[in-house]
Design a protein around this ligand. Structure first.
Ligand code: AMP
Length: 429
């Protein structure tokens, strides 16, 4: 076929989906422990939402949005979910119910980027938003939650970097300072950074070109140019992280790609990811709620890239096995195949992961299929079994065979083994 999945998109096949489900289930269970509720917002939003929140001079808004329609009606596939979550929070007046809310989301995002390893046009994020508080303990808890999730997923060797970037007002002095410094060396900057000088000078700090990195690393540190209160907030977040044994490095030149960030920001990278090594990014966005027409409430959050999480997991743990089957029913002959319909129905309704052959193959081929599906038990039904009502249940690991009476006998025996832990689901009582 000459039609392929669009560039920068990916099919998630059943074998990989097992790992996706595991990651999602781990995240959901952890989020519940930290008091987060799930929020699901639309895949597309009014374009204005992203322009206003992410910022007109950011890469995303300038060149990476999938936008359709014009003017007021213009819609955009969401490139990120913080703005949609805040929009929903305000639209449903969640702040009137309870000003402080912990919300999480899992879903696809869309950015028209140049695809490469680790960079997709449709990718997925798991993210949290804690809206309605400016307490330093919340910054620390939210960051620790990201690390906790990586730990629960068995990801080792990640690196957390932390910085504070102030608010547009509190960093204006620093902005002017670095603008003046960088202007003196403009000739040595890349063309993109020369443009950034006027439009959004902080983006220079994020440039990946060596000459620009060398220049920006010699700039003064933002921390030294922020008001006392913001410096103290940062120090207290750092202290709280130390007290929970979350290892981090301070990176005075860490900036984020969205304009809505204020205060403490962070990024988590992993060495197994190659050039696109960011696993997770986030921070405080204390002005966004008011900027979108709501009350002046502080907030913080982060987003993790699912695809990159999976790469990091597979780098340390290898590919996962799909869950095994409890029982495979081998059928010999037409009558057995018909009987299997009823058996399977009964067994599955009782909670057994059971399957059979649909291709009318011989005994050997069916046994091979059972093996491939990692069936814990196999039973062979033929005319003799149907006539006598007596079935043999074979435990594949030990080779032991037990005689049982019909499908009820099968079920009873399987129930006795349901605690073994090797099989699929817990059997229904
Ligand atoms: P951001 O929303 O840009 O802060 O990104 C948060 C996380 O999403 C990053 O750390 C990546 O793990 C992931 N991510 C962002 N953009 C992409 C992309 N184009 N493809 C795959 N993952 C991405």
């Amino acid at each position: 076929m000459d039609v392929k999945a669009p560039l920068g998109t990916e099919d998630i096949l059943p074998e990989q989906a097992a790992l996706w489900q595991k990651v999602e289930a781990t995240a959901r269970s952890l989020f519940a422990r930290y008091g987060y509720g799930e929020i699901r917002t639309p895949i597309f939003e009014s374009t204005r939402l992203f322009v206003r929140s992410i910022g007109e001079t950011t890469d995303i808004v300038e060149k990476e949005m999938y936008t359709f329609g014009e003017g007021e009606d213009s819609l955009t596939l969401r490139p990120e979910a913080t703005a949609p979550v805040v929009r929903a929070y305000l639209e449903h007046s969640l702040h009137k119910v309870r000003a402080f809310q912990k919300l999480y989301y899992i879903g696809p995002m869309f950015r028209h980027e140049r695809p490469q390893a680790g960079r997709k046009r449709q990718f997925h994020q798991i993210g949290v938003e804690a809206i309605g508080a400016s307490d330093f303990r919340l910054d620390a808890e939210v960051i620790a939650l990201a690390c906790h999730l990586l730990d629960e997923l068995g990801i080792r060797g990640y690196r957390l970097r932390l910085n504070v970037i102030g608010t547009p007002a509190s960093r204006s002095g620093y902005r002017d300072l670095i603008k003046a410094e960088l202007a003196k060396q403009a000739d040595a900057l890349c063309p993109d950074c020369r443009r950034r000088l006027d439009r959004n000078v902080f983006r220079v700090l994020d440039c990946k070109n060596e000459p620009c990195i060398a220049i920006s690393r010699r700039l003064p540190r933002i921390l030294d140019h922020l008001p006392e209160a913001e410096r103290t907030h940062f120090a207290r977040v750092a202290e709280a992280l130390r007290s929970t044994q979350v290892p981090f490095e301070e990176d005075p030149f860490l900036v984020r790609g969205f304009d809505y960030y204020t205060g403490v920001v962070f990024e988590i990278a992993h060495g197994a990811l190659g050039a696109q090594d960011a696993l997770c990014g986030g921070g405080r966005y204390d002005n966004l709620i008011a900027d979108l027409g709501g009350p002046a409430l502080g907030a913080t959050g982060w987003a993790m890239g699912m695809e990159r999480l999976l790469t990091a997991i597979q780098a340390t743990q290898g590919a996962p096995q799909p869950p095994p089957l409890d029982l495979y029913i081998v059928t010999l002959g037409e009558r057995a195949r018909i009987a299997a319909i009823e058996y399977l129905n009964k067994l599955r309704r009782a909670g057994v992961a059971a399957d059979t052959d649909y291709e009318c193959r011989g005994l050997k081929a069916q046994m091979r299929a059972a093996d491939k599906l990692r069936a814990r038990f196999v039973t062979v039904i033929g005319d003799n079994e149907l006539a006598s009502g007596s079935l043999k249940l074979k435990h594949m690991a030990s080779g032991a065979e037990t005689e049982v009476a019909g499908v009820d006998g099968l079920l009873q025996k399987l129930r006795q083994h349901s605690g073994e832990g090797a099989g699929g689901l817990e059997l229904n009582p």
